[in-house]
Design a protein around this ligand. Structure first.
Ligand SMILES: O=CC(=O)O
Length: 334
């Protein structure tokens, strides 16, 4: 137990028996939350959790446990074997936006609800996607390297970059994050189109069911979607060929949404103009070829993290747990 108390049975609806004996008002026992992985949560968050819930860590879990809700604060895989050990599990509250580390097929079969944290992060991730795009187009990082290495005074002016306004941007995955990216880029004067699992009736941007068609009608692709078996390598050589030599790709989703080997080849051979990449197929390993390229902006899976977003994520996780224990709808179901 993280808080050193005796485990409560099942879902926390056991009544305080001492209160019943003494006739005091009965207090609801705190709900039991199974904490999966090795969460890097700071003390204030842990204290807030402990003030409302009873936490059980992975190492304290008996062979087969009756816990009903799991809190995932990191990307440790939640496999079918993990779920097998939790036969009473009804709900998983994930702190992350992406839930590709969770076996969603088993969750679906077992009727386990899953909530994610993307509501808390979407504005920050969208800001970052736009920053990467602006950097690739206007060559901010490349110019910075040029200046710092003393080349401005010896070799003269650095080549000019391209304007963002007026570009046709194809967003792959118009969920919380993709919608925030669209909002920002509309303000920059870009024309937005998108590809998603389904056409969204609430937006008027052109929808392309086929990513190749979206790429053929875009100057820039911003990849924001979830990684699933259907979206694995959704961006491949056919899509990049359709995007064309002037095309730019930004990825703030997951590395495996892009066929990284083909992307590297397209960038090295100048078959697309550039890329801004926050995520990679085999993090933290980044293909060496990318390190040599000035038309690529690289970042260590940082789009999601600001202290403000981290705070909002904690709030959302606590609210989702609270909703579960009060039989209310989850705030951010996937
Ligand atoms: O990548 C980070 C997340 O999915 O939250």
């Amino acid at each position: 137990m993280l808080n050193g108390e005796t485990p409560l049975p099942q879902n926390g609806h056991r009544r305080n028996s001492m209160a019943a004996i003494t006739g005091e008002a009965e207090a609801e026992a705190p709900g039991v939350v199974f904490v999966h992985g090795s969460p890097p949560f700071g003390l204030p968050f842990k204290d807030r959790l402990l003030s409302r819930f009873q936490l059980i860590h992975m190492s304290e879990l008996p062979e087969s446990s009756h816990v009903k809700v799991m809190l995932c604060m990191d990307h440790t895989p939640v496999t079918s074997q993990t779920l097998y050990k939790l036969p009473s599990l009804e709900c998983i509250v994930a702190s992350s936006a992406g839930v590709d580390h969770i076996d969603l097929t088993t969750c679906r079969l077992r009727g386990i609800a899953v909530a994610n944290g993307s509501q808390a992060f979407s504005e920050d991730v969208a800001d970052y996607a736009v920053a990467l795009l602006m950097d690739v187009l206007r060559k901010i990082s490349a110019g910075d390297r040029y200046l710092r290495s003393g080349l401005w005074s010896t070799k003269g002016d650095y080549p000019l970059g391209w304007k963002l306004g007026g570009k046709r941007v194809g967003i792959v995955g118009l969920g919380n994050i993709g919608s925030e990216v669209a909002k920002r880029l509309v303000a920059f004067g870009c024309a937005i189109a998108y590809n998603s699992r389904k056409k969204r009736s609430s937006v008027s941007f052109p929808y392309y069911a086929d990513v190749c068609d979206l790429a053929a009608n875009s100057d820039i692709l911003v990849i924001c979607g979830a990684l699933t078996s259907e979206t694995h390598h959704i961006i491949n050589k056919d899509v990049m060929t359709a995007l064309g030599k002037e095309g730019v790709i930004i990825n703030v989703g997951r590395g495996s949404l892009i066929n990284q080997k083909e992307l590297v080849q397209f960038l090295v051979e100048g078959q697309i103009r550039g890329a801004g990449l926050d995520v990679f197929e085999n993090e933290p390993i980044v293909p060496r070829e990318l390190l040599e390229l000035d038309n690529v902006v690289l970042s260590p899976h940082n789009a999601v993290v600001t202290p403000e977003a981290f705070e909002a994520m904690q709030e959302l996780a606590i609210s989702n747990l609270g909703a579960f224990f009060s039989n209310k709808p989850l705030l951010s179901p996937i």
